[in-house]
Design a binder for this molecule. Structure first.
Ligand code: ZN
Length: 258
């Protein structure tokens, strides 16, 4: 036995294999615990990953899909909703579910995070957003086009009228941040921003429903637009930071209550 131990070093191939087997066991037991909706979501994701469903492709009708995947329609709907939150699918108004045009790799990356969306990684997400989005706002103040400033103003107007509709507000909030992040014409920052955008959709499902968040966010957005419109990078970064700290604080209050 001692001999055996002596020959084993951390890089020994058999040990690596054992490690893999352990990870696999863990993954299988995790899958067994996941709800049906999420299992369906994983099946659909696998179809996107292996290319059976291509970016931009329209999904078969719900009835056909539920037969294909052998699940009830409510479970299927739950899965479609989860995947649309993640940005994997687009559910278009007036019918039709489409695979998002994003590449499968960046679509799949946030899945693990989404599955284990808890207090700790939600806080991590805000920390990352603080770092990246504040700087993006600073750069946006210099680079953003006048058309995109007009789009930002439109978002804020829309939000002012939709204070009582949380879902519409969340949609607009996602768009607002996306316009700023995408205006930063930098391949790496754009990629970070896309990940944050997808994850942000999931986190807003939680934060958007905490009392007071919407009203404060509207005020924050107004301050951000004013700074960007004045082409004041320093003020834009500061306003974005304040906004994200406000949402984060509200989130902590919400967690304490629940
Ligand atoms: Zn916001």
């Amino acid at each position: 036995m001692n001999d055996n131990v002596k020959h084993r070093n951390i890089n020994a191939p058999e040990l690596q294999l054992e490690k893999k087997a352990m990870t696999l066991d863990k993954t299988i037991s995790e899958i067994e615990r996941v709800p049906v909706g999420e299992q369906v979501a994983r099946q659909l994701l696998a179809l996107v990953q292996n290319g059976s469903l291509e970016p931009g492709q329209k999904l078969p009708p719900e009835r056909e899909l539920s037969t294909m995947l052998k699940v009830s329609r409510p479970s299927l709907r739950e899965a479609l909703r989860a995947l649309s939150l993640l940005g994997v699918l687009n559910i278009r108004q007036g019918g039709g579910v489409y695979v998002s045009a994003l590449d499968p790799e960046s679509l799949l990356a946030p899945l693990h995070f989404f599955v284990s969306l808890n207090d700790k990684n939600l806080d991590d997400l805000f920390e990352a957003r603080l770092v990246i989005e504040a700087e993006n706002a600073r750069i946006a103040a210099e680079k953003i086009s006048d058309e995109d400033i007009a789009r930002l103003k439109k978002c804020v107007d829309f939000e002012a009228h939709e204070l009582n509709d949380q879902d519409k507000f969340i949609q607009s909030d996602v768009e607002f941040h996306n316009i700023i992040n995408q205006s930063v014409d930098n391949a790496f920052l754009n990629r970070f921003a896309t990940s944050l955008h997808i994850l942000g959709k999931a986190s807003r499902e939680i934060t958007g429903h905490i009392p007071g968040v919407i009203e404060q966010s509207l005020k924050d957005h107004e301050a951000i637009v004013a700074a960007i419109d004045a082409r004041d990078g320093e003020a834009a970064a500061k306003a974005m930071k304040t906004h994200l700290v406000n949402v984060r604080e509200a989130l902590k209050r919400g967690q304490l209550q629940s």
